[in-house]
Design a protein around this ligand. Structure first.
Ligand code: RB5
Length: 147
C-alpha cells in the first residue's frame, strides 16, 4: 500500500521510526514532513497528508503530533477522511475493520515507540469488514455531504 506520513515537530522522531517500519513491511511511503524539530503547526501537515489521500496519491495516512489530538481533529475536518487516534491494538484493529479509518493518528508524547509500532502494524494488516459496517460508514459520508 502507499502510505502518507506527516507530523509536527513533536512527532518527527516517531514518524521516522514508523516510516522505517512501514518500508520494512513492504509498503511504499511518502514523507510529507517536517524533517526537523523546528516548531511548525500541525494543521498544515495534517491537511497535506489528508489531501494526498483524498487526491489518490496515497491509500492510508499516519499523522503524529505530541498527543495525536490536534492531528486527529484536523484530519477529520477533511471530507473523505476518517481518522482514528489509537492507543491500543484493539482500537487500531476496530478502526480499520469497522470504521474503515484511512488515517492513524498517534501521539509521540503519549505512546512509546514499541506500542506505536504494534499499532501501525495492526492498522496496516487489518481490512475493512464491510457488510453492516459499510452502511454505517456510508452514513458518515452522508453527514459530510449535508454540511
Ligand atoms: C505541540 O506542542 C503540540 O501542541 C502538538 O504536537 C499536539 O500535541 C497538538 O495536538
Amino acid at each position: 500500500m502507499k502510505i502518507a506520513f506527516a507530523s509536527d515537530h513533536a512527532g518527527v522522531g516517531l514518524k521516522a521510526e514508523l516510516i522505517g517500519l512501514a518500508s520494512t513491511l513492504g509498503h511504499e511511503v511518502v514523507d510529507l514532513g517536517p524533517t526537523t524539530t523546528q516548531s511548525v503547526d500541525y494543521p498544515d501537515f495534517a491537511e497535506k497528508a489528508c489531501l494526498a489521500i483524498t487526491g489518490g496519491q496515497a491509500e492510508l495516512g499516519v499523522l503524529i503530533c505530541g498527543t495525536g489530538q490536534g492531528m486527529n481533529i484536523t484530519a477529520n475536518k477533511v471530507r473523505g477522511i476518517r481518522a482514528a487516534l489509537c492507543h491500543t491494538e484493539f482500537e487500531a484493529r476496530m478502526a480499520r475493520a469497522h470504521n474503515d479509518a484511512n488515517v492513524l493518528c498517534l501521539g509521540q508524547r503519549v505512546t512509546g515507540p514499541g506500542l506505536a509500532a504494534e499499532l501501525l502494524t495492526c492498522f496496516l494488516a487489518t481490512a475493512f469488514e464491510g457488510g453492516r459496517h459499510a452502511a454505517r460508514v456510508a452514513k458518515i459520508t452522508a453527514v459530510e455531504a449535508r454540511r
